[in-house]
Design a protein around this ligand. Structure first.
Ligand SMILES: Cc1cc2nc3c(=O)[nH]c(=O)nc-3n(C[C@H](O)[C@H](O)[C@H](O)COP(=O)(O)OP(=O)(O)OC[C@H]3O[C@@H](n4cnc5c(N)ncnc54)[C@H](O)[C@@H]3O)c2cc1C
Length: 530
């Protein structure tokens, strides 16, 4: 058993930000299941929404966030995260992050702010179209310099150790975590009174997603198994514009492209967004994604087209260098032709329920970043609010956790017992179940839902769950098997939350109840394992 003052699971913006702060107060274990930079954060293109211009105000950013959230945001959380933003952005810049600037004409420069759907002002700080990669690299560079941080790459967190499960009479609390070292195949026991979950989202639960392979809902499933409350998992954001090409795995065409005037066209070259919303292409993402879904279903076409050819070539290649290059690689020149796009699962608005300091309902366990449900997003996330949330909540959780620190109690934690388990004999079963979950979630629990489809999904997931549990108990754990186990749990939590919301609101749209029902459902969906 190895002991630390803080255990951080995940190395995206939230986990890295927390770890850097915590290392000024004590020892930190940073556990991450692949390499440090493998995270959703590294893929973020658009940028960080933050009030830094005198033409903008906190009240406007708060109002835009509340509007997107469709009545379910926690206004205190929105206010806290929006108003803490500038200080956290400044800290990030002090660590070496460079956001794009623009000339003012008189020789002076200011931050160049992008505009995205749902924002009433230009307020998105960016670094070309690779903002997330620049942030990730900045934080990773600082982290590697830190002597107090033990970096455990290729280590996947398996399950939490709680006093309840261990049979202690004290209040149930998280006291550590089992982690699998992928290289040795050994499961290690890490002990701490402060464990911070920063494992990001669950896009891989769907067949089509903008998320990288690490986004399998692990942290959410672990917290659920340990008895923490989970909220609002029915609200999955589908990004309207993912590049449509058989070989382009998960490549997102940032909303910022529409922010710079790109329009959506059907296969015949006709614009269609004006039919669906007065803001047309700049309508909130759920509306754009549903409109594209409806157009594709109506026409039978496999994609729609995003057209920014009216902008000068030089502007496109300097503002969107990475998108331009990637499209070129797949044979599309976005300066002269519209790009084929489809919607894909993008962001998990719900998650492990926390307060404004990142504390979950399980003492000793904090959750920050995409894995958490703070109340910022409500029923729909405003674009570029998530990197902001990750930084702000890392800071708030750090302040609370370091204030709360008490003398450590000497719990003796049991080592992992592999028993007689052997290696999985038929990997095909694992891959088959992976595919089946992702396809059934896409077909039955996607952008447009119905009671019947949700019930079908629930029935099939129950069977898959039983099958996968059997595997889990009978075979030696591996990353694939652990991810599959978490995937089925996460999928089930999405379905359970979706079934209980008999209305349409924000990102949850069902043909059976197409309108919002404030009288019955103007509240979060909170569930907990009993
Ligand atoms: C293509 C794309 C573009 C985006 N663009 C924007 C944008 O412009 N602006 C914006 O605000 N947001 C954007 N987002 C969303 C944003 O990137 C994420 O919400 C945010 O980065 C999440 O940060 P995080 O620290 O919570 O998690 P992540 O960055 O996803 O990091 C999670 C970490 O946890 C690790 N992990 C997971 N499970 C385990 C486990 N069991 N054990 C150990 N480690 C584990 C992962 O390996 C990873 O290191 C975008 C997302 C995508 C996919």
């Amino acid at each position: 058993m190895k002991e630390f003052d803080y255990i951080v699971i995940g190395s995206g913006i939230a986990g890295l930000s927390f770890a850097l702060k915590a290392a000024t107060r004590g020892t930190v274990a940073l556990v991450t299941k692949r390499r440090l930079a493998d995270s959703n954060t590294a893929w973020a293109q658009g940028g960080v929404a933050c009030v830094v211009s005198h033409e903008d105000s906190f009240e406007l950013h708060i109002a835009d966030t509340l509007t997107a959230g469709a009545g379910l945001c926690n206004e205190d959380a929105v206010r806290a995260i929006v108003t803490d933003g500038p200080a956290r952005v400044r800290e990030l810049m002090d660590l070496g992050m460079h956001f794009d600037e623009r000339e003012l004409g008189n020789g002076a420069r200011e931050l160049d702010l992008g505009r995205e759907g749902g924002h009433s002002k230009r307020r998105v700080l960016h670094s070309h179209d690779t903002t997330g990669r620049e942030i990730e690299n900045t934080l990773v560079d600082r982290l590697r310099e830190h002597p107090q941080i033990a970096i455990l790459e290729n280590h996947i967190a398996v399950d939490f150790l709680t006093t309840g499960k261990l049979g202690y009479a004290v209040e149930n609390a998280c006291v550590g975590v089992y982690v699998l070292d992928e290289k040795t195949g050994e499961v290690e026991t890490l002990r701490s009174d402060v464990t911070v979950l920063a494992t990001g989202g669950c896009g891989k639960v769907y067949l089509y997603t903008t998320n990288p392979d690490v986004a399998t809902g692990d942290g959410l499933a672990m917290a659920w198994r340990a008895g923490a409350s989970v909220a609002n998992m029915e609200f999955i954001q589908f990004h309207p514009t993912c590049l449509f090409h058989p070989d382009a795995k998960s490549f997102l065409i940032s909303e910022a492209v529409r922010g710079e005037g790109a329009v959506l066209r059907d296969a015949k070259g006709r614009r269609f967004m004006e039919k669906y919303h007065p803001l047309a292409e700049l309508a909130p993402r759920d509306i754009v994604a549903r409109a594209i879904d409806a157009e594709m279903k109506r026409s039978g076409e496999k994609c729609v087209y995003l057209d920014i050819t009216h902008q000068p070539e030089e502007f496109i290649t300097s503002r969107f260098p990475s998108i331009y290059e990637t499209c070129r690689k797949f044979g599309f020149d976005m300066t002269t032709q519209p790009i084929p796009v489809v919607p894909a699962a993008h962001y998990q608005c719900g998650g492990v329920k926390t307060d404004l300091n990142g504390e979950t309902s399980l003492r000793g366990l904090y959750a920050i970043g995409e894995v958490a449900s703070t109340g910022l997003h409500g029923a729909n996330r405003l674009a570029s609010n998530s990197l902001l949330e990750g930084m702000v909540m890392a800071h708030r959780a750090f302040e609370k956790a370091s204030r709360n620190r008490r003398a450590r109690v000497d719990f003796v934690l049991p080592e992992w017992r592999p028993g007689q388990a052997g290696d999985v004999d038929e990997m095909v079963v694992i891959y088959h179940n992976w595919d089946e979950i992702r396809r059934l979630m896409w077909d039955y629990v996607g952008i447009v839902r119905t009671d019947k489809r949700l019930q079908r999904a629930a029935a099939r997931l129950r069977n898959l769950h039983a099958e996968i549990q059997e595997f889990y108990w009978n075979f030696r754990v591996s990353t694939d098997l652990l991810e599959l186990r978490n995937l089925v749990t996460t999928a089930s939590l999405i379905v359970d939350c979706a079934i209980s919301r008999k209305e349409s609101r924000g990102l949850h749209f069902t043909l059976d109840y197409p309108e919002p029902d404030d009288a019955k459902f103007l509240h979060e969906t909170v569930i907990r394992r009993t």
